[in-house]
Design a protein around this ligand. Structure first.
Ligand code: PFF
Ligand code: NA
Length: 454
């Protein structure tokens, strides 16, 4: 089978692809969002459902996205069209890419706001503002930041500029090098934090919270959140992984690569949870505190740890870097598409898209101060953007990708891309992608609708 060339470039090796895709996957979703939604949904059963979705829905769909991207060798919008045409189907499958690019845009707007909080904490840690801080003061410091639109705007703007500058240079260069240094460093610091929380006295309580199993605590709502988060955390359902897959060498095997990425992402989320919850319990904080959880617990921990100022500083720097490599991947589908479509250079494309997400981000950050009265379906703008993207756009995008690769593409194409060596491997993938993933997503949507309407 002839391999098309990608005009945007390609990863030097399979390992670089793993690094880049892990850079996309590992981000605020793992360190900030996972602990707080696990906390809001009672931990335990929620966490197990989430792990199940990673394995039974996330992994096969990630394989599907990489497969389509690598086959199409273009932006997700054009790859979907190209591959649909190759299989003798409607070019309108590009719609999946469109909705994905839009979702990436919407996610970016609130992602950048949270990344801005992280940057603010980098500065505060560096200044030693959290030395010996109590949990109550830490809570106040966080509320204080949220109430200050000017501070939020500055940090949000800094983050947008950082992301756009890298995108301008092309994904290949700076990004590859940055992820290679950043991922191991992040792991080391996470382990260090884990070590601290293990000695904090409430480690058992934290682990028990995260892993106890009581299915009666589970609502359909929580199941939807778990499903949505499995897409969010693996960067699925919107084209990021498809775009990165389009730069992947043809010789690399998709199955093993994807399993590695999913495993790394899951480990980081679980370690973050095991680091954060013991601190929550040791300080009698509320595990259901919501988006502020990480920003209240970690300063307390670092404030009391020997060398906490420097570790805290480094830790928030690394969270910022993790957010940064993820945010780059959020915009890459849109950037690649505009370059292909209008023949523009990446520079002007990034300026246009950067301005747009910057504006939308201002709407998101206003949720905590001057725009706090604005309600969309009972949520503020920030929560609304988070809710619709993770719980509706991403699962729907994933559903379409599953149906497309499982039912629309010829097996000839999928077998070729997955480089099938053992029949069991292909069978496992095709059963999950054709039946398990689509049925799970559809059923969870339906049960949620029934629950809401009833
Ligand atoms: N996976 C990222 C995280 O867990 O922080 C967030 C993300 C990146 C979601 C890229 C979606 C995406 F396309
Ligand atoms: Na993630």
């Amino acid at each position: 089978m002839k391999d098309r060339q990608n005009i945007h470039g390609s990863w030097a090796s399979r390992w670089v692809f793993i690094m880049a895709a892990t850079g996309s996957a590992v981000g605020l979703g793992n360190i900030w969002k996972f602990p707080y939604i696990a906390g809001q949904n009672g931990g335990g059963a929620f966490v197990l459902v989430y792990l199940l979705f990673i394995l039974a829905v996330g992994v096969p769909i990630m394989m599907a996205e990489v497969l389509v991207g690598r086959r199409g060798r273009q932006s997700p919008i054009n790859s979907m069209r190209e591959v649909a045409l190759e299989a003798g189907h409607s070019p309108n499958w590009s719609m999946v890419g469109w909705v994905g690019a839009l979702a990436g845009f919407l996610i970016f707007s609130f992602y950048s706001v949270v990344a801005g909080w992280v940057l603010a904490y980098v500065a505060a840690m560096g200044n030693g503002e959290f030395l010996d801080i109590g949990s109550e003061q830490a809570g106040k410091a966080f509320s204080h930041l949220l109430a200050d639109p000017q501070a939020l705007l500055i940090w949000h703007s800094v983050f947008v500029v950082l992301v756009m500058v890298v995108l301008m240079g092309g994904v290949n260069k700076g990004l590859e090098r940055a992820t290679k240094i950043m991922m191991p460093a992040l792991f080391v610091l996470l382990l260090l934090l884990l070590g601290y929380s293990m000695t904090s006295g409430s480690f058992g309580e934290g682990v028990e919270f995260l892993f106890h199993f009581d299915p009666s605590e589970l609502s359909w709502d929580a199941v939807l959140v778990a499903l949505g988060h499995s897409f969010f955390t693996l960067s699925l359902g919107m084209g990021s992984i498809m775009a990165y897959g389009s730069y992947m060498p043809k010789s690399a095997s998709i199955g093993g690569t994807v399993l590695t990425i999913a495993a790394l992402d899951t480990i980081v989320a679980l370690v973050a949870g095991m680091a954060i919850f013991p601190i929550v319990f040791a300080n009698s904080l509320d595990p259901g505190a919501g988006p502020g959880l990480m920003f209240i617990t970690l300063p307390v921990a670092f404030g009391h740890m020997p060398g906490g100022q420097i570790f805290g500083f480094l830790f928030f720097v690394l969270v910022a870097l993790a957010a940064w490599t993820s945010a780059i991947s959020l915009m890459e589908p849109g950037v690649a598409w505009m370059v292909e479509k209008f023949g523009l250079k990446r520079g002007p494309v990034c300026i246009i898209l950067g301005l747009l997400v910057w504006l939308l981000g201002i709407a998101a950050l206003s949720s905590f101060n001057f725009g706090s009265d604005i309600a969309l379906f009972g949520m503020n703008i920030f929560d609304f953007l988070d809710f619709v993207t993770a719980n509706i756009f991403l699962p729907l995008g994933g559903l379409f990708v599953a149906v497309f690769t499982g039912w629309i593409l010829h097996q000839r194409i999928t077998r070729d891309e997955l480089a099938v060596v053992t029949p069991a491997y292909y069978l496992a993938w095709s059963v999950t992608i054709r039946y398990i993933a689509p049925i799970a997503v559809t059923a969870i949507f339906i049960f949620n609708l029934i629950e809401k309407l009833g």
